[in-house]
Write a protein that binds this ligand. Structure first.
Ligand SMILES: O=C(O)c1cc(=O)[nH]c(=O)n1[C@@H]1O[C@H](COP(=O)(O)O)[C@@H](O)[C@H]1O
Length: 241
C-alpha cells in the first residue's frame, strides 16, 4: 500500500520495550513509514541516549517521553540535557507548576545558546490518559471533571510558554477552543475498535481522535503487541483516510 506521509508523520509509535534489540526490530519492521518515534522511560532507562541517536541517524523525529516533574532547577538541567540529544519533542508534568515549566524552557535555551541544534517542542502532561474521574477526585485529590482539570493545566502550560499538551482525545475540542488551534495536542489513549483497553481509561479510536483535530496520536501496544506490527500500523493509517 502507499503510505500517505501526512498522517503517518502525526502517528507517534511508543517504543515501550525493555531491550534496545526489540525496539530496533520494531523500527526495522516499520521501515519506510515516516512515523514519529516515541522513546519512553522503559527504553530510555535501559538503552540510554544512544538509542535516541540511532533513531535520529535513521531520520526519525523523536519524542522523548520522560515526563519530568521535579524542582525547577532540576528540570532546567534535565531539559538542557535532553535538548542536547537533539530530540524533537519532550514533556514535563504541568502539575509541577508554572516556574518548573518556565525552567524547562530555560534549559532548552541554555542548551541551544550560540549553537544551531534542534529546538524541541516542550509539551505539558495534563491528566494521564489512564486517570479516570473517580481516580482524579478520590486519589489524586482534584475535584470536578477531568476536562476542567485538563483545560486548567493546559492554560497554565500555555502561560508558561509551552508549545502544547498531552491529553486524551476526548479533551481536544475543548483544548483547541481554550488555547487556540496552534497549541499542540498530543493524544495517547488510542485504541482501534475492538482492541484491548488495558490500563488506559480515556480512549478513542484513531479516526475519532483525528476527527477531534488532534495534532498527534500516540499508539503503543495496538502496534507493538500485534502479531504483525507493520500491518497493524498500515491498517490504522488506512482507517484514518
Ligand atoms: O506522555 C505520554 O506519552 C503518555 C501520556 C498519557 O497521559 N498517557 C499515555 O499513555 N502516555 C504514553 O503513551 C503510550 C501509550 O501506549 P499504549 O497504551 O500501549 O498505546 C505509553 O508509552 C504511555 O507512556
Amino acid at each position: 500500500m502507499t503510505i500517505q506521509s501526512g498522517i503517518a508523520e502525526r502517528i507517534m509509535v511508543a517504543l515501550d520495550y525493555a531491550e534496545a534489540a526489540d525496539a530496533r526490530k520494531l523500527v526495522e519492521s516499520l521501515k519506510g513509514i515516516p512515523c514519529y518515534m516515541k522513546v519512553g522511560m522503559q527504553l530510555f532507562y535501559s538503552a540510554g541516549p544512544g538509542f535516541v541517536a540511532e533513531l535520529k541517524e535513521k531520520g526519525y523525529k523523536v519524542f522523548l517521553d520522560l515526563k519530568m516533574h521535579d524542582i525547577p532547577n532540576t528540570v532546567k538541567g534535565g531539559s538542557e540535557s535532553v535538548t542536547r540529544l537533539g530530540v524533537d519533542m519532550f514533556n514535563v508534568h504541568a502539575a509541577g507548576g508554572r516556574a518548573m515549566m518556565e525552567a524547562a524552557l530555560e534549559g532548552v535555551d541554555k542548551a541551544l545558546a550560540g549553537g544551531s541544534g534542534v529546538k524541541p517542542l516542550v509539551i505539558g502532561v495534563t491528566q494521564l490518559t489512564s486517570t479516570s474521574r473517580i481516580v482524579m477526585n478520590n486519589e489524586i485529590g482534584i475535584a470536578g471533571a477531568v476536562e476542567d482539570a485538563v483545560i486548567r493545566y493546559a492554560k497554565l502550560a500555555q502561560a508558561a510558554g509551552l508549545h502544547g499538551v498531552v491529553a486524551s482525545p476526548l479533551e481536544v475540542t475543548q483544548l483547541k477552543a481554550a488555547c487556540g488551534p496552534g497549541f499542540v495536542t498530543v493524544t495517547p489513549g488510542i485504541r482501534p475498535a475492538g482492541a484491548a483497553i488495558g490500563d488506559q481509561s480515556r480512549v478513542m479510536t484513531p479516526p475519532e481522535a483525528f476527527a477531534q483535530g488532534t495534532d498527534y496520536v500516540v499508539i503503543g501496544r495496538p502496534i507493538t503487541a500485534a502479531a504483525e506490527p507493520r500491518a497493524a500500523l498500515e491498517q490504522i493509517i488506512e482507517s484514518i483516510h
